[in-house]
Design a protein around this ligand. Structure first.
Ligand SMILES: Nc1ncnc2c1ncn2[C@@H]1O[C@H](COP(=O)(O)OP(=O)(O)OP(=O)(O)O)[C@@H](O)[C@H]1O
Length: 265
């Protein structure tokens, strides 16, 4: 379970995330949508313990990501938007390194590594150096690393970018399978068709604020847009606004995004 309670964060004068309240249950796949600069990465960084909220708190399975950072982060599998691997390690060596970081025994690690190599079809290149991997191979290896310790919470930032159709299917099926087995999944994406296909609920973030939270069906209903794709609905709601908001603009209400959470349209 992932819980945000009144979470805000700025960079200097830019309010990147504003008063975020959100709860993602076990067995739920949640997709966060928003233009470039909307605040998605900042939200993710606060979940994985890379940034502290300026106010409010984030809980992972009940553990605070600031005051109980070990307990919280040990329950997370994280797939960042840029796959990180060490060029001079093979995929298998990288997975062994990650298993060691998680404190897994040799036996546990060997079983988990074999399981994930099989799941992600890494066998052919697992013993080659990562420097020779394509983006898709790197992404699959990073996914395998995120699942090694069988975490109850999975956080994925743009999981489908740069993948071939076969890998996209693999990742989408995997995310649904994990959800069915009780994992809470938080996905940030610009791939609206995928969000529509696999997410249980979506959130739309604009200028650091969550302006819609619900199912795609609820979004259509709210805008009397039965039959419209999420993509066209999203574009008509969010429009062209980009970027964060400054403290000064916030104070003078110059850029308050429309609220779809409180029933106003
Ligand atoms: N390190 C930083 N220093 C200053 N401002 C930042 C920093 N990181 C993000 N911002 C600003 O905070 C706001 C939110 O950025 P964030 O990266 O969270 O958005 P995003 O939704 O992830 O965008 P994208 O889709 O482009 O990844 C933006 O206005 C951005 O310019």
């Amino acid at each position: 379970m992932i819980q945000f309670e009144g979470v805000s964060r700025s960079y200097g004068d830019t309010l990147a995330v504003r008063g975020l309240d959100l709860r993602i249950e076990s067995g739920e796949l949640f997709a966060l949508l928003g233009h470039n600069g909307a605040g998605k990465t900042t939200t993710i960084k606060m979940m994985v313990g890379l940034l502290r909220p300026a106010s409010g708190r984030v809980l992972i399975d009940g553990f605070d990501t600031v005051s109980q950072v070990r307990e919280a982060t040990s329950r997370i599998g994280y797939v960042p938007d840029e796959p990180y691997l060490y060029d001079k390690l093979s995929g298998r060596e990288f997975l062994s390194f990650v298993a060691e970081m998680h404190g897994m025994s040799r036996r546990e690690a060997a079983a988990a590594i074999d399981r994930e190599i099989e799941r992600f079809g890494l066998g052919r290149f697992a013993d080659e150096l990562a420097e020779s991997y394509s983006h898709g191979m790197k992404q699959r290896t990073v996914f395998a690393a995120a699942l090694l310790h069988d975490p109850p919470v999975l956080i994925v930032d743009e999981p489908l970018v740069g993948l071939d159709p076969h890998s996209i299917r693999l990742v989408k099926d995997l995310l649904r399978e994990r959800t069915a087995s009780g994992t809470s999944i938080f996905m940030s994406t610009h791939t609206l068709a995928a969000a529509e296909e696999i997410a249980d609920r979506i959130g739309v973030m604009q200028q650091g604020k969550l302006i819609f939270l619900g199912t795609v069906e609820e979004l259509r209903h709210k805008y009397h847009a039965e039959g419209q794709s999420l993509e066209s609905l999203y574009l008509s709601i969010v429009g062209e606004n980009v970027g964060g908001v400054t403290a000064e603009e916030e104070a003078t209400h110059q850029v308050e995004p429309p609220s779809m959470l409180d029933g106003t349209e």
